[in-house]
Design a protein around this ligand. Structure first.
Ligand code: ZN
Length: 240
């Protein structure tokens, strides 16, 4: 049976001289590895639909017992053209796709919505921050932001621990010695942790487009999920 499935290319590994194994994220089957013959040949009709971040229709005969499916053909539905032409957006999309490739949860709709927002928006770190918070909630490792993660106190908060996973009060932080943050960052970190794409437009004026917040969320993700996020190095370099 031929399956025509919509998917987003989240990873590609070149194979032999001209071929590649790409991973697509789909609604129907989750992640699917596809063998793409002639991936690098400019004459191949599939070349414009199988590149990283492409959103395409993929035709293949899905065999659940096989770890890699053979791609018959692919047709581009939508290219996130703003992402493809902006190095900082590419770096953010790479982080999103690397996370998507590392987890088994059903996040097809979330990844699609995130890439669409990233393509359209100037507030690129706000987009990434909302994605990260949603991901932390899905994975059950969201930080505690309703008080000190160590003692529960709701006042005298001065730090965010990426190891304990939440706010720290000034008394507990004598023991942990984490970096202290000003009130604005602490307040914004709490707001972003309650946010979702459903209220994205309301977040735009709130100064949440902040790499400092991104950095804390990513460190929590890495520490609590164990994902080794190689693509994050590019973002750190861009924000030095
Ligand atoms: Zn405390």
């Amino acid at each position: 049976m031929n399956d025509l499935i919509k998917g987003i290319v989240i990873n590609s590994i070149e194979y032999k001289e001209n071929d590649a194994i790409i991973t697509i994220l789909t609604n129907e089957f989750g992640k699917v590895a596809l063998y793409v013959k002639g991936y690098k040949k400019i004459t191949s009709k599939n070349v414009y639909a199988t590149q990283l971040f492409d959103y395409s229709n993929f035709l293949f005969d899905y065999k659940p017992d096989k770890s890699i499916q053979i791609l018959k053909s692919a047709n581009l539905i939508k290219q996130f053209s703003d992402i493809k032409t902006d190095y900082e957006k590419i770096s953010i999309a790479s982080v999103i796709c690397e996370i998507a490739n590392a987890v088994e949860e059903d996040i097809y709709k979330l990844v699609f919505e995130t890439l669409k927002k990233l393509d359209d928006s100037d507030q690129i770190y706000l987009v990434l921050n909302v994605f990260l918070v949603t991901m932390l909630n899905i994975l059950g490792i969201a930080p505690f932001v309703d008080g000190c993660v160590n003692c529960g106190r709701t006042n005298d908060i001065e730090s965010i621990s990426t190891i304990e996973g939440g706010f720290l009060c000034c008394y507990c932080n004598r023991e942990f010695n984490e970096e202290t943050f000003d009130v604005e960052i602490l307040r914004n970190f709490r707001i972003i942790n309650k946010a979702s794409f459903d209220v994205f437009d309301k977040l735009i004026p709130l100064k949440l487009n902040d790499f400092k917040i991104t950095n804390i969320l990513i460190l929590i993700l890495i520490n609590f999920s164990g994902i080794n996020l190689k693509s994050y190095k590019n973002l750190i370099n861009l924000n030095k």
